[in-house]
Design a protein around this ligand. Sequence first.
Ligand SMILES: Nc1nc2c(ncn2[C@@H]2O[C@H](COP(=O)(O)OP(=O)(O)OP(=O)(O)O)[C@@H](O)[C@H]2O)c(=O)[nH]1
Ligand SMILES: *[C@@H]1O[C@H](CO)[C@@H](O)[C@H](O)[C@H]1NC(C)=O
Ligand SMILES: *[C@@H]1O[C@H](CO)[C@@H](O)[C@H](O)[C@H]1NC(C)=O
Ligand SMILES: *[C@@H]1O[C@H](CO)[C@@H](O)[C@H](O)[C@H]1NC(C)=O
Ligand SMILES: [Mg+2]
Length: 380
Amino acid sequence: MMGKLIRKHPMTRIHYSRYLFFSFIIIIIMFSYFISLIDISIFQSERQLFFETQYIDPLKDPSLNYRNNNTRVNGVIIVLVRNAELHALRETMVHFEDRWNKKYHYPYVFLNDEDFTEEFKKLVSIITDSETFYGKIPKRMWGYPHWINQTKAAESRKDMESKNVIYGGSESYRHMCRFNSGFFFRHELIEKYDFYWRLEPGVEFLCDIDYDPFRFIQNNNITYGFTISLLELPETIPTLWKTVTEFSKKYPQYINKRSVSRFISSSGATYNGCHFWSNFEIGNLNFWRSERYLKFFNYLDQAGGFFYERWGDAPVHSIALALFLEKSQIHFFNDIGYKHSPFQHCPIEKKFHESGKCYCDPTENFDVTYGSCTKNWFAL
Ligand SMILES: Nc1nc2c(ncn2[C@@H]2O[C@H](COP(=O)(O)OP(=O)(O)OP(=O)(O)O)[C@@H](O)[C@H]2O)c(=O)[nH]1
Ligand SMILES: *[C@@H]1O[C@H](CO)[C@@H](O)[C@H](O)[C@H]1NC(C)=O
Ligand SMILES: *[C@@H]1O[C@H](CO)[C@@H](O)[C@H](O)[C@H]1NC(C)=O
Ligand SMILES: *[C@@H]1O[C@H](CO)[C@@H](O)[C@H](O)[C@H]1NC(C)=O
Ligand SMILES: [Mg+2]
């Protein structure tokens, strides 16, 4: 009887379809609300998920703590520096010793394209109980390779300076970037070491470090560690990615099939500019000495972009790391508070501040702010 009515009565049919229509709308609304909830929770927990599922926490291994064992491994602190930066360096070293190295006394190697002054050596060595070594960089590591057209290089510096590119007009900055990209690890004072910590005058360390990061990376097969990652200025690297792509085509055998290349490029077509900020580096020197990296560096060097453009050692290092290594071989040193103006990494977890280990403002933390790539790193 009812069925008949519904089918026959036109008014009832309208009500019925209207009911269907509104149910449909409500379902759509509920569905999109549900989806948005999932989205938000995924976004918020990417960082947390990273720490729960991927992060190796050096603080959880008591055998790494200096109180239990402060035996050094084959590591060195490397500082490229000019005589004029003496006082900024001394200040940084006092903090670095205090936060970490007085517990281990790792040696320092200071490198310079000129001779260090006697005053420099005297005032630096007095800051630390560690051994200090002072080296001059040979011309082949800090100069023009024969295939570079220096007229063209000078023109390009002028051009970049007129466009206000940072350090665009600087010749020494280019030698510095090329040295840090291809030579620091084979300087004669560095050759005998396996692990390095790169230090720059003017940087600050904002937390106590009670363990040996060198032994930590050795034990865990980690090749490289960073604290800050960010986007490169595109105008300094117009042809870098094209050159990298040519390299990958020519030497497919060097590219790691499980590499973390998605950090630098989602499709492979373009470089997103993400790189580890190389003024801080803790790593294994043998990675840079490997055949694949030397082939990579030589290929870039031949292309001339260190001089005709202004390729930085940070994107060069990072691209190689991302092509050759898996994610687990690169470590985010969350517990190391670090500042190189204008950015700092300050751990946000309460425990670092409540325990008195860190003394930085956790709201001033570059990790997930605009321009940082570390939020991408968490999500990979
Ligand atoms: N000996 C020497 N060291 C240099 C020269 N240029 C740069 N450096 C060092 O190389 C490192 C990087 O140089 P910076 O001038 O700090 O470059 P940056 O970090 O990109 O830029 P800033 O934001 O100015 O710090 C620092 O340790 C400098 O002391 C140079 O011409 N000679
Ligand atoms: C301390 O660490 C070194 C280097 O890893 C190791 O060779 C040594 O056995 C350790 N000593 C102790 C007491 O654990
Ligand atoms: C070097 O570059 C300049 C300016 O770009 C150019 O005029 C000159 O022909 C180049 N020299 C050589 C040998 O290629
Ligand atoms: C590190 O690598 C070596 C050699 O590839 C392997 O034997 C070892 O199990 C690895 N250790 C860890 C902690 O992954
Ligand atoms: Mg600097």
